[in-house]
Design a protein around this ligand. Sequence first.
Ligand code: ZN
Length: 323
Amino acid sequence: MKKIIFYLFFIIILVITMPIIFTDVFKTEETSSNEGIDEMFDYGEFSNIKLLHTETGEIEELNLDEYLYGVVASEMPASFEMEALKAQAVSARTYTIYQIKNGSKHDNCDLCDSSLHCQAWISKENRFARWEENLREEYWNKIVKSVNDTKGKLVLYNGEPINALFHSNSGGKTELALNVWGGDFPYFQVVETSGEDAYTSYNSEVQISKDELVSKMIEKYANFEIDFGKEDCIKIIEYTDSERVKKIKIGNIELSGVEVRNLFNLKSTKFSFEISKDTIKFAVIGYGHGVGLSQCGSDALAKQGKNYEEILKYYYKDVEISE
Ligand SMILES: [Zn+2]
């Protein structure tokens, strides 16, 4: 009888304490990824980033992972899947270290906060101001978790951090760096992703008047001439393997797709055009240069069940994910 009472007592104690033990375990797990820079990972010479704020000209020194919160927050919608955010965090970390290792584009700092030059960056305060109030905490926690859960992770090719370029939406197929900047990297190849057409950045249009086209062309090419009466006054001459415009002839001038994109503010070089009475309409697919990791593609892959390492290896070929 005494034995039974003892066992009963033991079981009661166990039942009472179990939930306390478990919630405690979950609590510490939650806070460890939500608190911010909890445990510092030692990035050696890359521990501190000198960030140039392009608007003020001010240079701020930040811990690498703390800097990455602002990059991920600025570069990818926080509503995206967790694994896509982690892939973005690792790409951004790798890109940052590659830039510093291979000579910064700046003299007095490591990177600037411009997406057109280095990598976009936003402060927590400014980010919060643009999010709906009821989503702020949840979104920021996701950003912080994407960085903290991938602490120390880098994308390596032959043991070296890669030039981990990324863009918004590939429009179905990624592009070779060779067709955008001329340089060649073995880890960038043409990669197909399905599901990118579900994002708003997939389709866009730019309409300009014929006069506007002429003035923009003359600004750059003084000898520019065009006869809109001719059917082939604008003609695509060559496409890249990812179906982007490689060469196009406008009037008497031959331009690259990249030049046309910059000249007329197109979201990508994957475009077609339509000439009507007074205007030229460009129909554009995808957003960004198209090289490396596609952010919308990453989210689509995450929705299909791929984890961040699989996503990174999908867009960067023959790479290792390492510390
Ligand atoms: Zn820069």
